[in-house]
Design a protein around this ligand. Structure first.
Ligand code: AN7
Length: 368
């Protein structure tokens, strides 16, 4: 009989802070495809895979953390949740709050989140407030609300979120049979790089399960973590927070990452780095993924691929290795970028009359 994936909490219950009695809030997140990236593999001479997180229920990796955060909110007896967001967290929080029967408030930077993400939060009935400020300002307010008002904070400063997101690393090791040599991903608020590193570390050593005793190590190694930020929003590259972050990749338009210390630890303990890619490099990688690999992502999600391509051009990507890149969100979140050509002009679909001969000629086809 076919096995229905049960969501990350039930699939990895013995490695998460839950018990048999926990009321699990899930939309079936996780279990996302690990796709062999043929052209990136050919380019680099390493075996490159894409962990396609756009396949989650709300179209981004945020759902892995949100199932845990919303489960924790219900366990804590919360009636309402709040988050700040560049868009994906708000979409996810809104959907999971609906599943949990909780009220949801989301704070987003005015004019700086994509239409798809805005639509999701509204569709799921969240109260959406557009703040006259950037994501970092929104997160400040959300934290203060969580501290001083009766609302439960579901941003990744809530450790439940990181617990859920670490399952991405588990799935990759389970699929490959061991950890990859290098793990590449975009870095914004830095929750995900922290979560993946936690997951890889936990899988590489015996694990004291709260419910199942000592679990044996699953992997023999851990990968080097390679993080990439947008050049206009690269506090880890600068070495300090940025007050006016700017990039077309609105998902990662973040100047003061909440998970600063854990991201630095992930970078340094793993023998990796966090570097920057320009908006043009991000858009080139976005185009590469859709046109060469068949995988449509939102611009921010392409930052990791942009970084790998840039590192390869600099001769700094080893051959013969296994490399996994997390592509974090779906292309339909922010589809307008696909309609922009390399020179920046708008793609104009060709109009034709209702006539097969003209259509065939337009397609360059000759009759058999
Ligand atoms: C597609 O939704 O911060 O480094 O508020 O949406 O864990 O923050 C989104 C971040 C990468 C960066 N890719 O991950 C939010 C938010 C996509 C994202 C990131 C985000 P983190």
């Amino acid at each position: 009989m076919a096995h229905q994936w049960r969501g990350v909490i039930r699939e990895y219950a013995d490695r998460l802070p839950v018990t048999e009695a926990t009321k699990v809030i899930t939309l079936g997140e996780g279990g996302t495809p690990l796709v062999h990236a043929q052209k990136l593999s050919e380019l680099t001479g390493s075996t490159v895979y894409l962990k396609v997180e756009g396949m989650n229920p709300t179209g981004s990796f945020k759902d892995r953390g949100m199932t845990m955060a919303m489960t924790a909110a219900v366990e804590a007896g919360a009636k309402a949740v709040v988050c700040a967001s560049t868009g994906n967290t708000s979409a996810s929080a809104a959907a999971y709050a609906t599943a949990a029967g909780l009220k949801c408030a989301v704070l987003v930077p005015e004019g700086k989140i994509s239409m798809g993400k805005l639509s999701q939060a509204i569709a799921h009935g969240a109260t959406l407030l557009q703040v006259d400020g950037n994501f970092d300002n929104c997160l400040d307010i959300a934290r203060k609300l969580g501290d001083s008002y009766p609302v439960f904070l579901v941003n990744s400063v809530n450790p439940a979120r990181i617990q859920g997101q670490k399952t991405g690393a588990f799935e990759i090791v389970d699929a490959l049979g061991d950890a990859p040599d290098i793990h590449v991903l975009p870095v914004g608020n830095a929750g995900n790089i922290s979560a993946y590193w936690k997951g890889y570390k936990e899988y590489s050593a015996p694990f004291e399960s709260a419910t199942a005793g000592t679990l044996p190590a699953v992997s023999t190694k851990t990968p080097a973590m390679w993080g990439f930020q947008a050049a206009g929003a690269a506090p880890f590259v600068a070495g300090h927070p940025i007050t006016e972050p700017d990039t077309i990749a609105t998902a990662i338009r973040i100047g003061n990452p909440a998970s600063w210390d854990t991201a630095i630890a992930a970078r340094d303990e793993s023998g990796g780095f966090i570097e920057a890619v320009t908006d043009e490099e991000i858009l080139d990688a976005h185009r590469w993924l859709s046109a060469k690999e068949g995988v449509f992502v939102e611009p921010g999600s392409a930052a990791g691929v942009a970084g790998l391509i840039k590192k390869h051009a600099a001769g700094e990507v080893p051959t013969g290795k296994t490399i996994v890149i997390t592509v974090t969100g779906h292309g339909l979140k922010d589809p307008q970028w696909a309609l922009r050509t390399e020179d920046g002009s708008e793609v104009q679909p060709v109009k034709v009359p209702n006539d097969v001969v003209t259509v065939a000629s337009e397609l360059g086809l000759e009759e058999n």
